[in-house]
Design a protein around this ligand. Structure first.
Ligand SMILES: *Cc1c(COP(=O)(O)O)cnc(C)c1O
Length: 362
């Protein structure tokens, strides 16, 4: 099997970007206080405040699951519920961590086209019941960019916010790919966060080029009260914190975070542009960030895996997610498309599809 340098499996297949790597190296000089009481962590938090143009509270945790579940736990009591889209990472990819860390808060699922919840979907779920037997809706979790590679526009977010306000719901944003959304929309980070009613953001760094460590950003500072204890209890307070925060300094100080995200989006745009020309390929959702979702004949999917390409199918048979990363190159797109065309030509229409070989990891 050919050993390829890069795949379309996930943006977390990519390594560490040079800016993050350089900061890590710089942080690796001499001694420095532990547990976040260091200048790298202070600087990274300041840069996040500058990025969002507001005085938010910032915490660094190991990954997105921790960022999401601890954020949601800080919003909810155990008898509350959290509304999110049925494809949300919070629901389907966190092994119940949001419920676990909030001591049983229930996640309620809302449907909606292209991976997005709608104000009506939210309201219906909230108004379905109002009695004491129903877990009281308390928060909405929005994924930006969504699990299906689309983005919420500022207008959509503001409409959701106004409905949420009326319903007494707080807003959490799962921003594992927040940078890709900002780059895609060409907006200021504040426009799609606190200016659109977001109380807490899980700000993803890993998929955009750091080695580990996502930030929890509280625009609603009240909610950050005692969050440090929650992090520590959950095993999320890094002893050598500087190695989680320093890469953020490298990423944010001269805009590398947005350049990398814009690049990944651009690679997905190129891939999409080529795929739409192939009649056997059906695009499943609008391409708005760094992923292309496409349906390919199932036998072709298996043949592409045989050729050594790695990518996931988790939206039914043949539904593929092709994810671009900060280091995806145009030559990767060209190689993939060329292999795909060859594979389609060489795979008979009725070729048998191996069973039990679904690759559904994120
Ligand atoms: C990757 C991802 C996360 C974070 O996952 P971890 O593996 O815990 O870092 C959260 N939300 C979404 C939408 C993701 O794609």
């Amino acid at each position: 099997m050919p050993n390829r340098k890069r795949h379309f499996g996930s943006d977390n297949y990519a390594g560490i970007c040079p800016e993050a790597w350089k900061s890590l190296e710089e942080a690796n000089q001499g001694h420095c206080p532990g547990y976040g009481d260091d200048e790298w962590t202070a600087k990274a938090a300041d840069l996040i405040r500058e990025t969002f143009e507001t005085d938010c509270e910032v915490f660094f945790v190991f990954n997105g699951t921790a960022a999401n579940s601890l954020s949601l736990a800080s919003l909810c009591q155990s008898y509350h519920s959290i509304l999110c889209h049925e494809t949300a990472h919070v629901e389907s990819d966190e092994c119940g961590a949001p419920e676990f860390f909030s001591n049983g808060t229930k996640v309620l699922l809302v449907s909606g086209a292209n991976g997005k919840v709608t104000p009506d979907g939210i309201e219906q779920m909230v108004k379905k019941r109002s009695d004491v037997h129903y877990p009281k809706p308390r928060a909405v979790s929005l994924t930006q960019a969504t699990e299906l590679g689309t983005v919420y526009t500022p207008d959509e977010l503001k409409t959701i916010w106004s409905r949420c306000r009326g319903l007494g719901l707080k807003i959490h944003m799962d921003g594992a790919r927040f940078a890709n959304a900002v780059a895609s929309l060409g907006v200021k980070p504040k426009e799609i966060t606190w200016q659109s009613g977001v109380d807490i953001l899980s700000f993803g760094g890993t998929k955009n080029g750091t080695h580990v460590g996502d930030a929890v950003v509280f625009f609603n500072r009240e909610l950050a009260k005692e969050f440090d204890y929650r992090c520590k209890q959950a095993g999320q307070l890094a002893s050598k914190m500087r190695f989680m925060s320093a890469p953020w300094v490298g990423m944010l100080k001269d805009g590398a975070w947005l350049r990398h995200a814009a690049h990944a989006n651009e690679m997905a745009r190129s891939l999409h542009e080529e795929l739409v020309k192939i009649p056997e390929v059906r695009i499943l959702f609008p391409r708005q960030a760094n992923a292309v979702f496409a349906e390919l004949p199932p036998a072709v999917v298996h043949a592409m895996w045989q050729r050594g390409w790695k990518f996931y199918t988790f939206i039914g048979q043949g539904g593929c997610r092709l994810m671009c990363a900060w280091d995806t190159q145009l030559e990767d797109v060209v190689d993939f498309v060329s292999d795909l065309k060859t594979t389609i030509r060489e795979t008979p229409q009725n070729a048998p599809v191996p069973t039990g070989d679904h690759r559904t990891m994120k």
